[in-house]
Design a protein around this ligand. Structure first.
Ligand code: ATP
Length: 315
């Protein structure tokens, strides 16, 4: 049995160390970038067993991604390779700590060719949680179908479905995004939207309203609120859970993925929702304090240590 199964595209990420426009950058350190593999790595570091499914190009970049994710202890045994399409690439341009542009070279990538028939149903059904994002269904029609097939399998096996909308309007139209995100939401047990995503999906404004609307009566909705932490709406309960103060935000990206890993880790440990979200907030805060999407993802001892001072304050 595995704890979590996730699927999605991981690209090679070229992110210069310097803050400047990309046309004047000469050196590009090579890393990996992909929301679902970030989450998988986050969970693995927190001590969980995770399976990550994707399709990579039969090229040096595909092999680099495969080895990197495997090296983090994530099970990549169901991942596929193809010679028909290249591994996707991504460049990040940081102009200031808060101002980041992303350039994708992923159209027609190997991952966009993933198909429902390539999912290993027996393997997937052995997981306790299925994690899906709104990025994968935006990549292609077959990717959308693959996500829906994964959801169908999860439902047949009474797995918990955790959905992070991860809205990427560079990948699809607003209309299609809204339809598909709401369709996936209707199958999810737990949703982890950012406030802007929740507003986009519901057409409502306030944190309380969007959460109520997305909960649709029986879903647990956890709205991510950046430095303010998060807001939980579950059953008859609804409350804010404060974030952890961060003196200097080094890289705002990836906090949401660390948060998702923290939430699922807590659920697997059967902790109370408030405890789950407190730790997820701590992980999000740790991630924004470090450059890169995965560099800041902590091990369990590290989060516990990070959270300890505020524990003392409460005593
Ligand atoms: P991403 O940029 O990765 O897509 P997101 O938009 O999904 O992130 P955020 O609300 O930015 O989600 O961050 C997720 C969580 O990380 C927050 O709910 C919070 O717990 C923590 N976090 C993010 N930014 C900060 C910050 N500046 N200070 C403290 N905690 C933060």
């Amino acid at each position: 049995q595995i704890d979590v199964f996730t699927l999605g595209e991981t690209m090679v990420l070229f992110q210069p160390d310097q803050m400047s426009p990309l046309d004047s950058v000469h050196y590009f350190p090579k890393k990996i970038g992909g929301a679902e593999s970030n989450v998988a790595i986050g969970l693995s570091r927190l001590g969980h067993s995770v399976g990550w499914f994707s399709k990579l190009g039969e090229d040096p970049f595909g092999s680099y991604i495969y080895k990197t994710i495997r090296g983090e202890g994530v099970d990549v045994s169901t991942c596929r390779f193809t010679s028909k399409a290249p591994t996707g690439l991504l460049f990040k341009e940081q102009l200031s700590p808060e101002d980041m542009n992303v350039y994708y070279y992923r159209n027609g990538s190997a991952a966009s060719m993933m198909a429902p028939s390539e999912l290993d149903e027996t393997y997937l059904s052995r997981a306790k949680i299925l994690h899906v994002t709104g990025i994968t269904p935006a990549l292609s029609e077959t990717c959308f179908e693959t996500v829906m097939k994964a959801i169908e399998i999860a439902e047949q096996h009474d797995m918990t479905i955790v959905f992070d909308p991860n809205l990427r309007l560079k990948l699809w139209s607003e209309e299609r995004a809204k339809d598909v995100l709401n369709e996936i939401a209707s199958h999810a047990h737990i949703m982890l939207p950012g406030l802007d995503e929740a507003q986009f999906m519901t057409g409502k404004e306030s944190v309380e309203e969007v959460a109520e609307s997305l909960s649709d009566g029986d879903k647990t909705v956890i709205v991510k609120l950046g430095p303010k932490g998060a807001y939980i709406h579950s059953g008859n309960e609804a409350y804010y859970v404060d974030g952890f103060p961060v003196e200097r935000v080094v890289d705002p990206v990836g906090a949401g993925d660390g948060f998702a890993a923290g939430v699922m880790s807590g659920l697997l440990r059967e902790e109370s929702l408030e405890t789950v979200v407190r730790r997820a907030n701590a992980i999000g805060a740790m991630v924004v304090g470090m450059k890169g999407d995965i560099e800041g993802l902590p091990r369990m001892e590290e989060v516990n240590k990070y959270m300890a001072p505020s524990q003392d304050q409460r005593d």
